[in-house]
Design a binder for this molecule. Structure first.
Ligand SMILES: [Zn+2]
Ligand SMILES: [Zn+2]
Length: 393
């Protein structure tokens, strides 16, 4: 089968690799019809997370079941399925509680697993013609329709990007009438803002440093905030001060936002010196911006070890200096971590099927799998206006 293979930092190739096949009785093999490129793929591409040459990349796949093992009961050959990025068994102590990102069986001795991520198990990725799906009854979410129909682009986003965005809104406990600021307007940040909007937020601010992303944020109905123009927390406070309406007693003290989301993670840019990374930048801004009693959701990835930390400002061991006292004194609730796909995937599927949601609005590029080296390079360099790219297989 053809697959996108990691060769070395800043280098991927499309190569022939051994076909994915059923290895365990509860496996399925899926013929991929669409797979999406994610910022997390760049963590491998950039050599930050210790990817090994030969690794098949991609964790956002949609396709048709080609084969199933003898112990698979709920999924059949020919089913159209989306494959949640974080693999889970569905029945262990954590999965039974809906905490599927912390599955205890998918990688014995570890917590959680995923396709094509170092440290998350041996599972090959879905930027390939075929992909092996462990615990297939749990990890194949069956969908209506046929490949290439009008929902193909929406469905591929519930493999990871929208589910992670929704989880971010859940971590920040976004509810009706909330004021929300989302840092990062890549696909996950935009879909976190979109989720906040679906959950009834009254004001949604979208912070970024890239023109095309800010344009997309505006197009989707969020207030774009260009962090190159100065402190985004100050800009949002100023925008909020200017809005019409009467105030409750003391409301002027609540000029920030009730909910904040980090959709950037450890590669955040130092705002004053954009060539430099500062993984503390976003949490610092959010701590100043969030109102007393507010909530924060941290969905951007932070790595325990950074294999290639930025020379200036990098944090090789993942430990960060954060404004703990500010968060304590404001009584802020902070939620962290990877999305629990099992909780959300079918709900988001139903929002798509019912026509209530069209997350595919964030997709800007379609490419053939053979073009992977070029689109990885352009996405990595933040050129060409790529917000979200999908490989059509
Ligand atoms: Zn992803
Ligand atoms: Zn489990």
């Amino acid at each position: 089968m053809r697959a996108v293979v990691f060769k070395a930092p800043k280098q991927v190739a499309v190569e022939d690799v051994p076909d994915a096949r059923v290895e365990q009785d509860d496996d399925a093999v899926v013929r991929v019809t669409s797979s999406a490129l994610c910022g997390t793929d760049l963590h491998m591409y950039d050599g930050r997370t210790g990817a090994v040459p030969g690794m098949v990349l991609g964790h956002e796949g949609l396709g048709i079941v080609e084969d199933v093992g003898g112990a698979v009961h709920r999924v059949q050959r020919g089913d159209r399925v989306v494959l949640p990025a974080h693999i889970y068994c569905g029945v262990c102590f954590n999965c039974a509680r809906g905490d599927s990102a912390a599955c205890l069986r998918v990688q014995p001795g570890h917590v959680g697993g995923a396709y094509a991520m170092p440290g998350m198990g041996p599972f090959r990725g879905s930027q390939a013609e075929l992909v092996r799906v462990p615990y297939a009854d749990a990890n194949c979410v069956v969908l209506p329709g046929v490949p290439g129909d009008e929902l193909e682009d929406d469905f591929v986003l519930i493999a990871d990007a929208w589910v992670t965005g929704w989880h971010a809104a859940e971590l920040a406990r976004v509810r009706a009438a909330d004021t929300v600021a989302v840092f990062g307007a890549g696909a996950v940040g935009l879909l976190a803002a979109y989720s906040a909007q679906l959950r009834g937020a009254s004001e949604v601010y979208s912070v970024d440093l890239v023109d095309e992303r800010l344009h997309k944020a505006a197009e989707l109905g969020f207030v774009p905030v260009d962090a190159r123009q100065g402190d985004p927390a100050a800009q949002i406070r100023e925008l909020r001060r200017a809005r019409p309406g009467t105030r409750l007693a003391g409301e002027e003290e609540m000029g920030g936002v009730m909910a904040g989301i980090d959709a950037v993670g450890f590669q955040a840019r130092d705002r004053r010196r954009p060539g430099r990374e500062d993984p503390r930048q976003v949490i610092g801004d959010l701590a100043r911006l969030v109102n007393p009693t507010g909530r924060l959701g941290i969905a951007g990835v932070f790595t325990a070890t950074d294999a290639a930390p930025a020379l200036d400002g990098g944090h090789a061991d993942g430990s960060l200096h954060v404004p703990w006292a500010a968060l304590f004194n404001k009584g802020v609730t902070v939620g962290f971590g990877r999305t629990h796909d099992r909780r959300y995937t079918t709900h988001l599927r139903d929002l798509i099927i019912s026509g209530r949601a069209r997350p595919s609005q964030v997709i800007t590029h379609h490419e053939s799998l053979e073009n992977a080296p070029s689109i990885y390079d352009r996405f990595d360099r933040r050129v060409d206006g790529i917000v979200k790219a999908v490989f059509t297989h």
